[in-house]
Design a protein around this ligand. Structure first.
Ligand SMILES: Cc1ncc(COP(=O)(O)O)c(C=O)c1O
Length: 937
């Protein structure tokens, strides 16, 4: 099968989402076929040209169709014959019915769709009465069969599989046949409906598809997943590789040799079951269904549904359970109507009756959490029903004891700062690079983190550095090179623990492009690396150069890509994610993922932390949707996440190329959000000229920081709107809600819930707004133009510098002369509970300027967090400097948590602190060289 040769590699935005691309191709074919049909009976001299054009589109489309079960070879053959024989009417009719079936997914349950118009070769239930209705209710999926058999045998093999169907089957599947390693990879990438793969031994490597487009696509995906196609045994290599691309797939292996040996081989861990050729076809059929059932099974949700069906008398403290006080009410029955009966039937405060206890799960919550651990690649998962705000505090309380040092991005979510207060750990703030023009921060440079660790080492306090907390990805889409960060930090401190706050990034597990940059993806890769003899050898080489305890100069260590000693390293990785932010889960549903080889040493305190923070009345519906969100991602996450990424790329491309929209708006690319020094590969942006999959994949693999394309920073300052104004305009006039704002931008985001229509709507709105601006400027004459330009200039250039963290007041530092700035924030926080130690000074008062000049120092009594940008510009015990005051005075936002303009800044009074310290004889932790030993396990 060939297509006209294309020399250009496919652009990033072209081939991510094969499903959409495929629909478009069918739609284009339909249009061409209809035009041909219209003129076929007329004396039109272009008839032949129309037929040729339909034939060309059909041939182009065919290269994709081999990877999907529907429409399948019989219908495609029939269509091909109609096109070749000049049957325009028949061809148009068939294309119409296929493309409709594809668009509506009706082929998943309708026998008629598979029949074309004449034939019925597919058996959906062996003629059992009611088979069609049953089929209609059964979820449908596809099974990829990778067999060296000749294509001529495929139809028969497919019929053999179909004959195994039974009315009792919970699911329906159709096989898709390919006969090489490369085609199997392509099918797995392109076809999101594939849930299981059967691999026969002895498959060849090379694809039978000679399309350069598919070749390019394949090469870059192989690179993205780190798959190795150079192995001797392609069948086993394929099994291992497909697991890297899509870990959720069930893989079955058919061999005619020593299957017992293979089954016991550790390299075959990725295989769910090994069969001796097709000795037991029914067993295989049942295994396939069982594998999917295992993912489909949602133990907590399933049980909750059963519970809701039972007649239960409740004498506990939850009147809404069963809903009687609601449905019978004279006044609130509308609440019942609105939410429906199930919400109330599924409510209980009991942990008996199979409902299990979130705080001490032993039943179906435990199983649901274990399934989530499997799905997300963790050792343990804990469900949390109070959001990631709580998950973060749980992890920090569990891992940190008073006086431990927690290296943390100052621009992180406030829950981490509160985590430091609660645990008594000393935050050592590491600064992210500022993006001043857009009033936001990026990621923390690895060099900054390494420097902080090396400084602690130089000052003899490295033993107290226990946890590194980073946000991955950040609100605005900066993704860390998690693997590299952990490797280099572990080289300096082999037992450092990592908490990756992936509040926004839970979905990333489900695409091979981002998975390696997630906490769990990187942890899995490191786990493998640390066992690799080649890694040990590389470490020995490094040891020769830098010494076992990294004695080289700081400059050398900062400039060297360090690797840890695999003999010493402890891999301890935690991830928190707001499941509700990126998956189908009710608000506040969150998970903590654990991959910690020393978890047993902190397990008790981990449970203690859960008891501290978790409500004793967790919401059952949140737990159930955490369970269901896992099911969905394991079964269709790959397809949904790909679509979200594709939609974001579509939006970026449309804004960039639209002549009117691009006059006023733009979406920031990687080049504008990530300074060049952190894009080591030289990557510019996903849509930059010349960028193709290969370059994008390389950037995602190598760069220090990458951009999550689904985070769309739309600059609106250039259209004369500040972020808040634009957000209100979209909400009030166009019913469009968005995420956060900055002085001159808004953050839009695509997720698994978005559709192409949503993007079309957004584009339409931007056109309308742009037309409005044009009209206003056009009708207002020179004055309006000048006013517009002045407003744009003010929004885009008159932006306040973002203040760095200054320092903690010396009383809150053990060694005020130390190079590192960690401090006892908890003591400062509680010092503010004594009114006599606090004072208020108005922001604009001359006293502030006087004290900035000649003291006494201004010490913040609490957190001050303006929205936007949403990070604390002051923390308790922080010395406030001129930079921070300058920023505060320039701020024009209404919402500033921790600041009451009528009272002024709340400060700790240094004299009062000093006298309290003298009186108590101790005060806050103080004293140079105070020795501390970490109390944590
Ligand atoms: C980085 C980060 N972490 C944690 C949270 C808190 O998550 P939740 O809203 O689930 O409590 C947020 C919320 O916006 C966040 O941005």
């Amino acid at each position: 099968m060939t297509t006209p040769a294309k020399t250009e590699a496919p652009r990033v935005d072209q081939f991510l989402m094969a499903a959409e691309e495929r629909f478009d191709r069918w739609r284009a074919l339909l249009q061409a076929a209809r035009t041909w049909e219209r003129i076929v009976n007329q004396q039109d001299p272009t008839k032949g040209e129309h037929q040729a054009s339909v034939s060309k589109l059909f041939q182009e489309l065919l290269q994709w169709e081999d990877f999907f079960a529907y429409p399948g070879q019989p219908l495609l053959k029939l269509l091909g014959a109609r096109v070749t024989s000049g049957d325009a009417i028949g061809a148009a009719r068939l294309v119409q019915s296929i493309s409709n079936a594809l668009l509506t997914h009706s082929y998943r349950s309708s026998v008629a769709d598979w029949e074309g118009e004449e034939q019925s070769s597919i058996n959906l239930g062996e003629g059992v009465p009611g088979a069609e209705e049953r089929a209609a209710q059964r979820p449908y999926f596809e099974v990829l069969v990778v067999s060296p058999a000749r294509p001529a045998a495929w139809q028969e093999l497919a019929q053999d599989l179909r004959r195994l169907r039974r009315p009792l089957d919970k699911f329906m599947y159709e096989p898709v046949f390919v006969n090489s390693f490369e085609d199997a990879v392509l099918a797995t990438i392109l076809n999101g409906s594939v849930e299981a793969v059967i691999i026969y031994e002895g498959i060849p490597l090379a694809s039978s598809h000679h399309s350069p487009v598919l070749r390019q696509f394949l090469t870059s995906h192989l690179a993205a997943s780190g798959m190795d196609s150079n192995l001797a045994d392609y069948s086993l290599a394929l099994a291992q590789g497909l697991k890297q691309l899509r870990p959720e797939l069930d893989i079955y292996y058919l061999s005619d040799r020593q299957v017992e040996k293979l089954a016991g081989d550790v390299s075959a861990d990725c295989i769910r079951r090994v069969f001796y050729q097709v000795e037991e076809p029914l067993e295989m059929h049942l295994s396939i269904l069982d594998g999917v059932a295992d993912r489909f099974d949602t133990p907590y949700f399933d049980n909750l549904q059963k519970y809701a069906q039972r007649p239960i008398g409740t004498f506990h403290a939850l009147p809404i359970a069963r809903g009687k006080s609601i449905f019978k009410s004279n006044w609130i029955s509308d609440m019942g109507k609105f939410y429906g009966i199930n919400l109330f039937l599924a409510e209980s405060s009991a942990t008996t009756g199979g409902l299990d206890s979130l705080l001490e799960p032993t039943g179906n919550i435990k199983v649901a959490q274990e399934k989530a651990a499997r799905a997300f690649g963790a050792d343990h998962v804990f469900f949390v029903t109070n959001g990631t705000s709580t998950s973060n505090k749980i992890v920090e309380q569990a891992l940190l004891a008073p006086g431990d040092i927690m290296l943390v991005d100052r621009n992180c979510h406030k829950s981490h700062h509160y985590g430091a207060v609660l645990s008594g750990a000393y935050p050592l703030y590491v600064e992210a690079y500022p993006l001043t023009q857009y009033s936001m921060y990026g990621a923390v440079p690895l060099r900054t983190i390494k420097k902080a660790l090396l400084d602690l080492k130089a000052e003899g306090r490295l033993d107290r550095a226990r946890l590194l907390v980073l946000t991955n990805c950040t609100f605005d889409g900066h993704i860390y090179n998690t693997e590299r960060v952990m490797e280099e930090c572990l080289a300096i401190k082999p037992d450092l623990i990592f908490l990756w706050d992936e509040a926004w990034f839970g979905f990333a597990r489900w695409t091979p492009f981002y998975r390696r940059r997630t906490a769990m993806g990187a942890a899995a890769s490191l786990e493998k690396k640390f066992k690799d003899p080649a890694y040990r050898a590389a470490y020995k080489e490094q040891e020769k150069k830098l010494g076992a305890d990294l004695k080289a100069s700081e400059k050398t260590l900062l400039e060297t890509r360090l690797i840890p000693d695999p003999e010493k390293v402890r891999l301890r990785v935690y991830q928190t994610n707001s499941t509700h932010k990126s998956m189908s889960c009710l608000r506040q549903g969150s998970m903590v993922l654990v991959k910690d080889q020393d978890y047993h040493t902190v397990e008790e305190q981990f449970h203690e932390a859960i008891f501290t923070h978790a409500s004793t009345s967790p919401n059952l519906q949140i737990i159930a949707t955490l369970d269901v969100a896992r099911r969905q991602m394991e079964l269709e996450g790959y397809e949904l996440v790909n679509r979200a990424i594709q939609l974001a790329l579509d939006f970026r491309r449309e804004v960039k190329s639209h002549p009117l929209i691009s006059k006023y708006f733009r979406v920031l690319g990687a080049d504008e959000l990530i300074p060049a020094e952190f894009r080591n590969s030289g990557f510019v942006d996903y849509l930059a000229p010349g960028v193709n999959w290969a370059t994008a994949v390389k950037a995602l693999r190598d760069d220090e920081v990458a951009l999550d394309v689904t985070r769309l920073t739309l600059v609106c300052g250039s259209a004369g709107f500040d972020g808040t104004q634009f957000k209100s305009l979209l909400a009030a006039d166009f019913d469009i809600q968005l995420n956060k704002t900055s002085r001159n931008s808004v953050l839009l985001q695509t997720n698994i819930n978005n559709t192409r229509s949503d993007i079309a709507q957004l584009i339409k709105v931007l056109v309308q707004i742009s037309q409005g601006i044009e009209k206003k400027i056009g009708e207002g004459g020179g004055a309006a133009k000048q006013a517009f330009e002045a407003r744009v200039k003010s929004l885009m250039t008159d932006v306040p510098d973002l203040p760095n963290f200054s320092s903690f007041f010396e009383q809150y530092r053990e060694d005020p002369s130390s190079k590192t700035s960690e401090g006892d924030m908890r003591s400062a926080f509680f010092a503010a509970y004594r009114q006599q130690q606090c004072e208020h000074v108005k922001l604009s008062s001359p006293e502030i300027d006087k004290r900035l000049k000649s003291g006494p120092e201004l010490i913040s009594a609490n957190f001050v967090i303006p929205y936007p940008p949403g990070f604390p510009i002051m923390v308790p015990g922080q010395v406030i400097n001129a930079e921070t005051i300058g920023f505060m005075r320039k701020l024009d936002v209404k919402e500033i948590h921790g600041y009451n303009a009528s009272l002024g800044l709340k400060l700790l009074n240094p004299a009062a602190l000093q006298s309290a310290k003298t009186q108590s004889g101790s005060g806050a932790r103080a004293g140079k060289n105070a020795k501390h030993k970490s109390a944590a396990g």
